[in-house]
Design a protein around this ligand. Structure first.
Ligand code: F6R
Length: 612
């Protein structure tokens, strides 16, 4: 979604803003803009539709804009088409207020009407212009200064926002405020930064403040002051970002996605090592004591997209090992169906970004009902990490490609550990099984590396289908969960229509779509379901499908049925998704590259979905 950066310090702001925006490109956007204030207190605003290159060209890589204070923005259109006019920054008529915004203002029409009655006119279709002009209105009408003007605006608007504002009267200052949209503030000795996410500022500082919901801050060169909605100054703790800068670079790979696919063995072992101590799983640091776990009688998992697919896999594993009922919910549906939440339940929210609006709302829904919550989150300090009662941090490091890979793999590990711990604490598995499962998990990083060695074969096979119109993925049980993920990877970056089906469902309608040459990918990693899925593959083959089988080493008989096979190393079937996902990620990747698409930044998608 939209990306915000801001800088105030001794350097020229524009190049720093452009660099920050480049590092936020992964969030998804369709236009961009900058506002820079020069020493004579003039503000210049430049905007461009399309990729950042257009903005860089227009500003001569930033050198055409002079000044030490500025704000920048990449816009992912919600209100109004992608266009230069709708791009941010937005301004009040006399440039008294200039601002960028991430989020959605739900009551902007009402605010616009009020302002029109007060002789304001509007030039764009955005909700942001309404906030800018409302701040201007309060600032001038009551002559109350920035804190009260922003606070009054915050009280008046409904929705979500992270805003960065410059006032004409206040040179060398950027004012920011947030509610339910991500924003961090970085400080170095002589400069201060604001950004939607860590990679934008990582080259300049690792010292950050997390601004809370309904809080404001004033940024000056090298200093920052925080205020609550009453205008009282509040104290904040400085945090240090541990990620290394290399983590946010491509490191010799052509795309972030390929680099991140290769980082999976590390993401998996780092996540395991963070919570497995001396042969036992220790969630004390996550705020999840054995006592708390023993009280859990049912589990709800709320998540979106790939994180939801992790939840699907986790459901099978938790129920199988711990015999605790699990319900997996799309977070966007969860809160609107009035879920029956009981106190002996645990609501788990899985999220890479920790900022997905619907997943965050699920945590809040659970808390309102007095139900304990657990966040499985990759971004330290994110909203879900701060609001959940307990937090397991996945150790994937920054994930830049829009399509998730290593964070998905790290989330699986977190859920395996959770399932094993829950089962052990509840006496559903004995020490031997517990130790055996952990020992098998410890082999996953090297087995993932082994799967990666097969990538040329996968590339070769994928190239044959780069003109495909439809791809179907079929599997049963956990194999169905992995099919969902494989299918999402395929469609989101290659734009090929693909569907995942529980193999037994095909005959209930979908099989009519299969025609000569349709690619059907069967996933068969679960021994007790192998023959069943194989029969379903035979059924589609006799209707003309071209078959690929993805199965475990040893199941060589599959070659009698399918046209092409990928084998993954043997593992406990409970952990097979960790291996099976890798070839499917590679297929999506190679398909996208083969079709000449923007792998890391697929059209219309955003890395962090901070609006409903
Ligand atoms: C797909 C993908 C998305 C995310 C989803 C949830 O490759 O990345 O489906 O999984 O948007 O995002 P988080 O995990 O940040 O809540």
């Amino acid at each position: 979604m939209c990306g915000i950066v801001g800088y105030v310090g001794p350097e020229q702001a524009a190049p720093i803003l452009l660099e920050g925006l480049t590092r936020l490109e992964y969030r998804g956007y369709d236009s961009a803009g900058l506002a820079v204030r020069d020493g004579n207190n003039r503000v210049e605003v430049v905007k461009a539709k399309g990729r950042l290159k257009a903005l860089k060209d227009k500003t001569n890589d930033g050198s055409a804009l002079k000044g030490n204070t500025g704000i920048g923005h990449t816009r992912w259109a919600t209100h109004g088409e992608p266009s230069e006019n709708n791009a941010h920054p937005h301004i009040s008529d006399d440039l008294n207020v200039v601002a960028v915004h991430n989020g959605i203002i739900e009551n902007f029409t009402e605010i616009k009407e009020k302002l029109i009655k007060n002789r304001y006119s509007f030039y764009s279709e955005t909700d942001t212009e309404a906030i800018v002009k409302l701040i201007d209105y309060y600032y001038k009408k009551y002559n109350i200064g920035p804190i009260d003007a922003i606070a009054k605006t915050m009280v008046r608007v409904r929705g979500s926002y992270a805003i960065a504002v410059m006032f004409k009267d206040l040179p060398g200052e950027i004012w920011v405020a947030r509610k339910d949209s991500p924003m961090i503030i970085g400080v170095s000795d002589d400069a201060t930064y604001v950004a939607s996410d860590v990679p934008a500022i990582l080259n300049h500082t690792r010292s950050v403040y997390y601004i809370g919901n309904l809080e404001m801050a004033c940024l000056r060169a090298g200093e920052v002051h925080f205020y609550n909605l009453d205008g009282d100054e509040i104290g904040k703790e400085l945090s240090t970002i541990e990620w290394d800068t290399e983590a946010a670079e491509k490191g010799g790979f052509e795309h972030f996605m390929m680099k991140e696919i290769h980082e999976q063995p590390k993401a998996v072992s780092d996540t395991m090592n963070a919570y497995v101590k001396d042969g036992s799983i220790d969630f004390e640091a996550a705020g999840l004591s054995s006592e708390k776990l023993k009280k859990v009688k049912r589990v709800y998992i709320a998540a979106c997209g790939s994180a939801y697919h992790v939840g699907m896999t986790a459901q099978y594993i938790i129920e199988s090992l711990a015999r605790v009922p699990v319900r997996v919910e799309l977070a966007s549906e969860f809160r609107y169906r009035n879920p029956i939440l009981e106190e002996d339940s645990l609501v788990i929210a899985i999220s890479q970004s920790g900022e997905t609006a619907d997943t965050l709302a699920a945590i809040r829904e659970a808390k309102e009902n007095g139900v304990p919550t657990l966040g499985i989150v990759n971004v330290v300090g994110s909203s879900i990490a701060r609001e959940a009662d307990s937090v397991i941090n996945t150790m994937a490091g920054p994930e830049i490609a829009v399509a998730t890979t290593k964070a998905y793999s790290a989330q699986l590990i977190a859920m395996y550990l959770f399932a094993i711990k829950l089962a052990f604490e509840n006496g559903k598995i004995d020490k031997e099984r517990h130790d055996g499962l952990l020992a098998e998990m410890a082999t996953l990083p090297s087995k993932i590396s082994k799967v990666l060695e097969d990538k040329e074969r996968i590339q070769w096979f994928t190239a044959k289908f780069s003109l495909a119109h439809d791809v179907f993925f079929i599997g049963r049980g956990m194999d169905y969960a992995i099919c969902l993920e494989g299918s999402l990877k395929m469609k989101e970056i290659s734009y090929i229509h693909s569907e995942a089906y529980a193999a037994g469902e095909l005959k209930h309608g979908t099989i009519s779509l299969v025609e000569d040459g349709t690619l059907v990918i069967g996933v068969l990693t679960q021994p007790e379901l192998y023959e069943k899925t194989r029969s379903n593959l035979v059924e589609v083959k006799s209707r003309g499908a071209y078959l690929m089988g993805l199965t475990s080493a040893g199941n060589y008989g599959i070659e009698d049925t399918v046209d092409f096979t990928i084998y993954i190393p043997k593992t406990d079937p409970l952990f097979a998704d960790s291996l099976a996902v890798v070839p499917l990620q590679l297929m999506g990747y190679y398909m996208s590259v083969g079709r000449g698409l923007d792998v890391d930044k697929p059209r219309n998608l955003a890395k962090s979905v901070t609006v409903e």
